[in-house]
Design a protein around this ligand. Structure first.
Ligand code: C2O
Ligand code: CU
Length: 424
């Protein structure tokens, strides 16, 4: 934090080499290192500035996924950083505590840049005192999950070139580490799970089928903990789960394929072990889970200023293929809108919108399940299903700078399954 009270971060996008568990180095990209980036952390109300230096030999961008901020600071395809250039967005963090993330968003090249290793977490804290495990690296653990394909020891970013979803890899990395385990020293551990994969949808469960508590999703804490034995996360989504551990415990967080793994030629080792938890022989006590966590989203009774139909199919939205020169939606500042988003083809898609968090009103024809009862910015939509979302456009009007909405399967996004909106 500098003399003006601004919390400043420095990020350098750079090329390097990583082992990634293969026993020999492979070319990768990272922020401030050779693979992935540091966890950034700020508290609600703080002014932040990020000095981003692009030391790659390609133009890139850095987008703050899930962050409520002015469109000119958003880091989408309209804020390119040329090789050798710098970009220093700044904003005031003003949203509830949440697990957000950052990654490149260059037009048509996002899949490659993320796959090579450019991604990191951005944790927002707020002043609310909630009794959840919160010692970073001890009982509050970042779990950035990515599947990768290798050709020998070489990270293979041409893999799956001809499959529609993009790259599906048979090796899972957690925070860049293959086959990871965590030594747990407390009775409860909080895992901040981020699906930072290009295309894979995970169904997370434990090998012994134990129940755990889902306490937060994309935009922050749920109204109340939700007991679950499995949880679907599509690319870009986050969930915080709290797991009870016994002394001497061994349990493996695992993913078995959900319904959607179709349409591909490779990357089909679908049962993937994600992270082993190893309980110490004695565990320090953890706080009991609170019965309630945060206010529920409150847009259901708002007056709806506009209703929009969005459909996702092939490699475009109903507005057409992504076009940097075309604004698809103009939303009025301080209004609430209802967006009906439909997956109109037989492939898996999800829907992500920049700047704001939405409330799920209907999911696949019914009320949303309890794990979708909090604020969200990314949501899985099964083939031929639809979701009804409600969102409020606040604080930042700028008719000149569009925000994006798109499918977060990165190949689909790159191919044009993306649109632009402005708040005016
Ligand atoms: Cu995580 Cu438009 O992106
Ligand atoms: Cu898609």
């Amino acid at each position: 934090v500098d003399a003006q009270g601004v919390r400043t971060f420095d990020l350098s996008m750079q090329a390097g080499e990583s082992d990634l568990g293969r026993g020999a180095p492979t070319p990768t990209w990272g922020f401030n290192g050779s693979f992935l980036g540091p966890t950034l952390r700020a508290t609600r109300g703080e002014q932040v500035r990020v000095n981003v230096a692009n030391r790659l030999d390609e133009t890139s961008t850095v987008h703050w996924h899930g962050m409520h901020l002015p469109a000119a600071m958003d880091g989408g395809p309209h804020q390119p950083i040329a090789p050798g250039a710098r970009w220093s967005p700044h904003w005031q963090v003003d949203q509830p505590a949440a697990t957000l993330w950052y990654h490149p968003h260059p037009h048509g090249e996002t899949a490659k840049h993320v796959y090579r290793g450019l991604a990191g977490m951005f944790i927002v804290d707020d002043e609310r005192e909630i009794a959840l495990p919160k010692v970073y690296g001890v009982d509050d653990i970042p779990v950035l999950v990515q599947d990768k394909a290798f050709d020998g020891s070489k990270l293979d970013d041409t893999h799956g070139l001809f499959q529609s979803a993009g790259i599906l890899g048979d090796t899972v990395l957690v925070n860049g580490t293959p086959g990871p385990f965590l030594d747990v020293t407390t009775e409860r551990v909080r895992l901040r799970v981020l699906n930072g994969s290009n295309a894979r949808v995970y169904r997370f469960h434990f090998d012994d089928n134990r129940a755990y508590a889902v306490v937060a999703t994309d935009g922050g804490l749920l109204p109340a903990p939700v007991e679950a034995r499995e949880l679907l996360l599509s690319p870009g989504e986050r969930a915080e789960i709290v797991v009870d551990v016994r002394p001497g415990d061994r349990t493996v967080l695992r993913s078995t394929p959900p319904f959607i793994e179709s349409n591909r030629f490779t990357g089909d080792k679908d049962r993937l072990d994600i992270l082993e938890l190893r309980g110490a022989s004695t565990l320090r006590p953890s706080p009991a889970l609170p019965a309630t966590l945060a206010p529920a989203p409150d847009l259901a009774d708002d007056t709806v200023g506009a209703t929009r139909q969005i459909s996702l199919g092939g490699s475009n939205t109903n507005f057409g293929k992504m076009d940097l020169e075309r604004v698809d939606v103009v939303s009025r500042l301080d209004t609430t809108e209802a967006w009906d988003v439909t997956n109109s083809d037989g492939q898996v898609h999800n829907f992500h919108i920049h700047d704001l968090q939405f409330q799920v009103i209907r999911y696949a024809g019914g009320p949303p399940p309890a794990v979708l009862a909090g604020w969200k910015d990314t949501i899985l939509i099964a083939p031929n299903e639809s979701v009804e979302l409600r969102m409020r456009f606040t604080d930042f009007a700028d008719a000149e700078s569009p925000y994006m909405f798109h499918c977060h399967l990165l190949r689909h996004e790159d191919q044009g399954l993306m649109g632009q909106f402005v708040v005016a």
